[in-house]
Design a protein around this ligand. Structure first.
Ligand code: NDP
Length: 280
């Protein structure tokens, strides 16, 4: 049977999710459709009622609704409850269940692309304590990091997040200067801020110089290679951009909806082509 899925957010016009999910529907020979729903903050409650009323099978949730949608859902899974945010909704026979695949998407992308270079219990620095930073820090803490330190422009948010991470491993909320001076400590250094999101952004989240030679630099921005990642590469570091995280979080959503993971071959090149077309 043909099913309808989609994504709700504001702004939403630049999302790659429809391209990704339609690619997988095609690969799986199913005729489902993935639609972009532009939903403003004041429309959220009625939009969620609409998912039930229209029999939409599921949707992804993006900025600014990941936290605000929770009171309108019937239940949450453990990851969404831990993260206090939802990026995937499953319509289970009229009951809306919230999931969060951002953190596990990040972890799986790191394991997939840096498997042989990733220590068993890495020491991780997360720069940024917004929605993505929280998902990454808590997931890395829960799933095996020996230490997760967090730095953020608004340091209070980093300290608060580190207190939650302390349930799983050593964790400190630190200033940017402390992070920069102690950069040698970390196996994985993640930019989860929006610094670099504009192609003309000359800022970088943290200088690279003090890091150890084996450190892995991850920038979760996926629209293009950021200046920070380019600099890290030039200095001989291992790097990973944000497209694999986008793909893995999408693949885990797909599994919640359709019961199996999509095949991952071909999707990275397909989406990079889409991004190139957009920038041409
Ligand atoms: P939020 O708005 O929740 O958080 C933004 C973060 O960036 C905060 O930590 C904020 O600090 C920091 N920040 C913003 N501007 C500056 C600045 N000028 N200087 C220093 N810090 C700054 O956004 P998200 O967490 O949802 O998204 C963050 C980034 O991650 C975006 O670039 C987004 O595109 C990307 N992303 C990628 C995903 C993927 O699948 N690859 C998934 C989700 C997000 P403060 O707290 O002080 O405001």
């Amino acid at each position: 049977m043909k099913r309808l899925y989609g994504i709700i957010g504001d702004p939403i016009e630049h999302t790659l999710s429809p391209d990704m999910h339609q690619f997988w529907y095609h690969q799986d020979h199913v005729a489902h459709h993935y639609h972009v729903f532009h939903v403003t903050k004041d429309q959220l409650e009625t939009a969620v009622q609409g998912i039930k009323a229209l029999g939409i099978s599921g949707c992804n949730v993006t900025i600014p609704h990941k936290v605000a949608i929770i009171p309108f859902l019937d239940d949450l899974d453990d990851e969404a409850r831990m993260l206090g945010a939802v990026n995937t909704v499953v319509n289970q026979n009229g009951k809306l269940i919230g999931y969060n695949t951002d953190g596990l998407g990040f972890l799986k992308s790191l394991e997939h692309h840096q498997k042989e270079h990733l220590p068993d219990h890495p020491k991780v620095l997360v720069i940024g304590a917004g929605g993505a930073g929280q998902a990454i820090a808590l997931t890395m803490a829960k799933y095996g990091a020996s230490c997760v330190d967090i730095t953020n422009r608004t340091i209070e948010k980093a300290v608060k997040l580190s207190r939650s991470c302390q349930a799983f491993c050593e964790s400190n909320g630190i200033s940017l200067t402390e992070a920069e001076n102690g950069l040698e400590k970390y196996d994985v250094i993640v930019n989860a801020t929006s610094i670099g999101l504009s192609e003309h952004d000359s800022l970088i989240p943290i200088p690279i110089e003090n890091s150890k030679s084996s450190a892995i630099f991850v920038d979760i921005i996926y629209n293009f290679e950021t200046k920070w990642l380019r600099l890290a590469k030039q200095q001989g570091k291992r790097t990973l951009d944000g497209l694999p995280m986008l793909i893995f979080q999408g693949a885990i959503s797909y599994k919640h909806w359709l019961g199996h993971l999509p095949k991952l071959n071909g999707i990275d090149a397909f989406l990079r082509n889409k991004l190139e077309e957009r920038h041409a």
